[in-house]
Design a protein around this ligand. Structure first.
Ligand SMILES: Nc1ncnc2c1ncn2[C@@H]1O[C@H](COP(=O)(O)OP(=O)(O)OP(=O)(O)O)[C@@H](O)[C@H]1O
Length: 225
């Protein structure tokens, strides 16, 4: 089994008056294709910082990061952006849908960054609307949807390009428990279909949907027993 993600001695710090403030300490982590990993840890322990490194949103780290055979630590900004668009889908706590775009237009957005012709884009949007059973919502705006429906659209948008890696930051954090459970079941299903998923969660219940949990404490990573 080949590793999709490999972090070697990854460190992140910020300058602080008189020294540096350390956020990630000597992180070594390997994640195989097809895994569903949960990152847990107290507030301020570095979970979002680690997700930002994994998602190529933060390049100011030290150490080595390999993603799908790419040496991320050697890439320039343009190459990182290309890899991010090709390989990663993001799901955030607060959906991050664009308010001025309809559901269908939000779903089309990641496709518009790719070299895909309009009829094929339309077909892909149609397929995903079907798959997520939201065809009836396609012309509505995000504010016309419930929180659970908005997150459903956000997950659909994250997977429409079939990324190898799905990164989720507290994906159920803003939802009621039944809506949250629906989203977790959907993530588990996407994982069974082959997506590698890394989620940040405070919820031990949500972590049970994954196959493995790692813990962060003051920037240090430990594997759960
Ligand atoms: N731009 C920055 N400058 C300085 N310190 C920062 C910066 N961004 C994050 N930090 C620090 O990094 C540490 C880890 O933050 P991070 O957001 O990764 O924690 P977290 O585990 O995700 O917390 P939470 O569960 O509260 O979201 C915190 O102490 C935070 O203050």
């Amino acid at each position: 089994m080949s590793a999709l993600i490999e972090l070697k001695n990854v460190e992140r710090s910020y300058p602080l008056a008189g020294g540096r403030s350390w956020v990630l300490r000597n992180i070594n982590l390997s994640i195989d294709e097809g895994e569903f990993v949960s990152i847990m840890g107290p507030s301020g322990s570095g979970k979002t910082s680690l997700l930002n490194v994994l998602g190529l949103m933060d390049a100011e780290f030290e150490g080595e990061y390999r993603l799908a055979g790419n040496e991320v630590h050697r890439l320039n900004g343009k190459q990182r952006q290309a890899l991010q668009r090709e390989a990663i889908g993001f799901i955030f706590q607060h959906y991050h849908l664009l308010d001025d775009l309809t559901v269908a237009e939000n779903l089309d957005l990641p496709l518009s960054y790719r070299d895909i012709r309009a009829p094929e884009r339309k077909a892909l949007v149609g397929d995903i609307l079907d798959r997520f059973q939201i065809v009836g919502k396609k012309d509505l705006y995000p504010r016309q949807l419930s929180g659970g429906q908005q997150q459903l659209v956000a997950v659909a948008r994250a997977v429409i390009t079939r990324p190898k890696l799905l990164l989720a930051d507290e994906p159920t954090g803003a939802l009621h428990s039944t809506q949250g459970q629906m989203i977790m079941e959907l993530l588990a299903e996407l994982n069974r279909e082959g997506a590698t998923i890394v989620q940040v969660t405070h919820s031990p219940q949500n972590a049970t949907y994954g196959n493995r949990t790692v813990h962060l404490q003051d920037g240090w990573l430990t594997e759960a027993a």
